[in-house]
Design a protein around this ligand. Structure first.
Ligand code: DGP
Length: 112
């Protein structure tokens, strides 16, 4: 499959890994929008939030268990933001479900 994040997970494209478990991989965004900008992805390929269903949603639960561990490891004691862009209107550019963790500064209060 021609998916950049699948290639990062399998190691054929290098990444700055910050966390990994059986079903989750997390690495630094190549174009950081904040002092801490980590992408958290399921190892199983899902194109976006639209593909989450009763059969596969455990990987999303695993991601949300990992996020506070990653935030703590990154020193985000004062808060952080989690974003998942889904589809064209949200400007999703990589078609592999991912959650951005943004922090390390006061973030803008406008989401859109
Ligand atoms: P989104 O707009 O939500 O689809 O964001 C995709 C993010 O993925 C974007 O912030 C840049 C990041 N990204 C794209 N290609 C690579 C890559 O090869 N390596 C890393 N580390 N990040 C990437």
């Amino acid at each position: 499959m021609d998916c950049i994040f699948c290639k990062i997970i399998e190691g054929s494209i290098p990444s700055a890994k910050v966390y990994e478990d059986e079903s989750v991989y997390a690495f630094r965004d190549i174009n950081p929008m904040a002092p801490v900008h980590v992408l958290v992805v399921p190892k199983k390929h899902l194109a976006s939030m639209d593909e989450v269903n009763e059969e596969n949603s455990e990987c999303v639960a695993a991601i949300f268990r990992a996020i506070p561990k990653i935030a703590a490891a990154e020193g985000l004691k004062n808060g952080y933001r989690v974003i998942s862009n889904c589809g064209e209107d949200a400007c999703q550019t990589v078609k592999h479900l991912h959650f951005h963790i943004l922090g390390g500064k006061k973030l803008p209060d406008q989401m859109a």
